[in-house]
Design a protein around this ligand. Structure first.
Ligand code: ZN
Length: 232
């Protein structure tokens, strides 16, 4: 992929991110007169109040919240055998999902690390659900289904082959079955894309300061003087 294509995709994604998608499709005139970035803004006609807002509407501002912890087995009201089946299935899904996310994260870091080492620009797709969904497909030994022309499919497949050569246990998660995967892959990929972007944004300042500190230390090394306490 050329850097011009990267820039175009970047600009397209940024522009898309700044305007409310619902209003741009359904109320473009309203959006022009009342610019806003998403349905989370109260001004948006498609705004859905959050749980916090809804609770405040019903119970007032002086609201105190408590959390009561409860075992899953206590919560489920089913005959013993069915209850155990349900709990086993939930644990199975959680185990699979956790392993899939960990392996996808490790491969993503490997891929990004190699991009940085070669000074290649990052494809904007790494911030998108499609990227993580495709990584899941690689981990599950499937074809990448994305038809997006901006998606670095061949590069990703190549990087994954290299990754498996270096880390053979980085591949397919254990304890998976096709029917279960289909239901959870999409939502997990979406969550990972959001978490990945949030992690970068929220930690940007501290990482940048650390980077600058390190660079200054390299450029301006400080001479250390040893002072002996008690010497004449
Ligand atoms: Zn809106």
């Amino acid at each position: 992929m050329s850097s011009t294509q990267d820039k175009e995709t970047c600009i397209r994604l940024e522009a898309k991110a700044r305007v409310c998608q619902s209003c741009s499709k359904l109320r473009p005139d309203f959006l022009r007169e009342n610019p806003h970035s998403s349905t989370r803004k109260k001004i948006c006609p498609f705004h859905q109040p959050s749980k916090k807002e809804r609770n405040r509407e019903i119970l007032g501002a002086q609201l105190e919240q408590f959390t009561r912890k409860c075992r899953l087995s206590t919560l489920i009201k089913l005959p013993t055998e069915k209850k155990q089946q349900l709990i086993d299935q939930i644990e199975h899904i959680v185990d699979f999902n956790r392993e899939l996310m960990l392996k996808a994260t490790l491969f993503t870091l490997y891929y990004l690390h190699h991009k940085f080492l070669t000074d290649d620009p990052l494809p904007p797709m790494v911030f998108h659900q499609t990227f993580f969904y495709s990584v899941f497909q690689l981990l599950l030994n499937r074809e990448i289904s994305s038809k997006n022309r901006y998606f670095p499919k061949e590069e990703l497949v190549q990087a994954y082959q290299q990754y498996l050569e270096e880390f053979p246990t980085g591949g397919r998660p254990i304890a998976s079955d096709a029917s279960m995967e289909a239901r959870i892959l999409s939502i997990t990929a979406k969550n990972m894309a959001v978490t990945f972007a949030n992690n970068l944004v929220e930690n940007f300042e501290s990482r940048y300061i650390e980077y600058l500190t390190l660079r200054f230390r390299e450029l301006l090394p400080v001479k250390e003087t040893v002072v002996q306490v008690g010497s004449p």
